[in-house]
Design a binder for this molecule. Structure first.
Ligand code: TYD
Length: 218
């Protein structure tokens, strides 16, 4: 069985971290080796990105991309070792936060993501969609980016949904207001299906999912 590269995305407080952790543990119980990781990943870059409020959007973009380039190298190693990789935020976050929400040119950010990842894309992206106010209320502590105004997070949410429409084979949109057990069940059913389908290792140039989910939230 080949390793899968899976990402979780969504606005702050959408519940992706909870589900990603659960999936990692569930796979472990099944004896399926996996690596649960997140972005920003490299500790020093993460600190600069999340603790410093004076970054310009261009600087922020380049730091997220530098982080992703380093992280992707490690993700490739894990996949090659046969580990399923579960990543809490990946390239879609940059496209949406730095592109859609901060206003950098979206196609250019797309190209920069391609440059940073060498084309590695997840086979499946679970988009936890919740109304912004629910997400922000759920969040216990807010970092610099999280403290920004509602309008910013509305652009983030809309950006994720636009990307999900653009790539319906890769995205599965989940209604993050549904009870956690339902969400777990949906994710597990989907992962099981992905595992039993033949193609799963991402190629150099992108994802290789064969499924056809992603149309509308479930
Ligand atoms: P984090 O504390 O991990 O928040 P969350 O639990 O919501 O994921 O901080 C990640 C923050 O960084 C979050 O506000 C989204 C933002 N971000 C970007 O703006 N661009 C990116 O490429 C990534 C990976 C994250």
């Amino acid at each position: 069985m080949d390793a899968l590269f899976i990402t979780f995305e969504g606005v702050e407080g959408a519940g992706k971290t909870t589900l990603a952790r659960w999936l990692s543990e569930r796979l472990r119980q099944e004896g399926i080796p996996n690596w649960l990781t997140y972005e920003p990943w490299e500790p020093r870059l993460r600190e600069v990105l999340l603790e410093h409020s004076d970054l310009r959007r261009e600087e922020e973009l380049l730091l997220f991309l530098a982080d992703r380039a380093i992280h992707t190298r490690h993700i490739r190693v894990a996949l090659a070792e046969g580990k399923t990789v579960i990543c809490d935020r990946y390239a879609d976050s940059t496209l949406v936060y730095q592109g859609y929400a901060r206003g950098l040119d979206i196609d250019w950010v797309r190209q920069m993501n391609q440059f940073a990842t060498g084309g590695l894309q997840p086979v499946r992206t679970y988009l936890l969609d919740v109304p912004v106010e629910i997400g922000l209320t759920r969040q216990r502590e807010r970092n610099r980016i999280g403290a920004e105004e509602i309008a910013f997070h509305e652009r983030v949410r809309a950006g994720f949904l636009a990307e999900a429409q653009r790539e319906p084979q890769r995205f599965l949109v989940l209604d993050g207001t549904r009870p956690l057990p339902d969400l777990r069940e949906l994710v597990w059913a989907d992962v099981s299906r992905l595992r039993s389908s033949s193609v799963s290792v991402p190629s150099q140039n992108g994802a290789c999912a064969e499924s056809s989910s992603g149309k509308g939230a479930v």
